[in-house]
Design a protein around this ligand. Sequence first.
Ligand SMILES: Nc1ncnc2c1ncn2[C@@H]1O[C@H](COP(=O)(O)OP(=O)(O)OP(=O)(O)O)[C@@H](O)[C@H]1O
Ligand SMILES: [Mg+2]
Length: 228
Amino acid sequence: MSSYIELKNISHSFQLNQEKVTLFDELNLSIVQGQSYAITGPSGAGKSSLLMLMSGLEQPTTGQGLYVKAGQSASLDALRADIGFIFQQFHLLAELTALNNVALPLKLRGDKQALEKARTWLTKVGLSHRINHKPSELSGGEQQRVAIARALVFEPSFIFADEPTGNLDQTSATEIADILFACCQENNAGLVVVTHSDILANRAQHIFSLADGQYSQQSKQALQVAAC
Ligand SMILES: Nc1ncnc2c1ncn2[C@@H]1O[C@H](COP(=O)(O)OP(=O)(O)OP(=O)(O)O)[C@@H](O)[C@H]1O
Ligand SMILES: [Mg+2]
């Protein structure tokens, strides 16, 4: 039975001085394990904020988030152990090598095979020759690969990626997307990608567009034409 995340009637707003900024109003959506989703929309539309809400890393102003696993419903706090998050700015630990950055989530779980598994995942993302390099000794694309390996190494049920190809040239972006989609498929993980790229969005099974607080499903056909 697939796990899923459900957001029900989510509203999210910020109070800035005298002004209330509303990002979403009464938003409903589901994210199912094993499926892939892209969230697109203009800068400032609230894509990163939505990713934080659906992953349970932040709380909405009102509304309910549920994590349904093996038919049992829990709050999104229960998701913590089952998600990998790939941040736009990587958030790798500067003083650790690529190997130790990837091994860290496993070590924190007390996994005795942490280093061995980390090495396997770094090889999967094409970085076996860079395992002893620190982040400052890696290119942007290589750091992104380390971040992907770190997010996937403990085989989470859901992966959230914020602009995973944002700073990369088209060839590197394609390689990173290939790795991300293939690894999620291999693990049967749900994948949610925030992106400005129509090409990347079009690889997902479901595309959602966010604009003016409204969330709508977009036709893949329309994006295909736009991407050509
Ligand atoms: N903690 C906060 N307090 C006040 N406003 C905030 C806060 N966090 C985000 N915002 C505002 O919410 C809006 C949406 O931000 P968000 O980062 O989610 O946008 P985005 O769609 O990811 O944009 P981009 O494509 O540029 O990354 C922005 O206008 C931002 O200034
Ligand atoms: Mg953003």
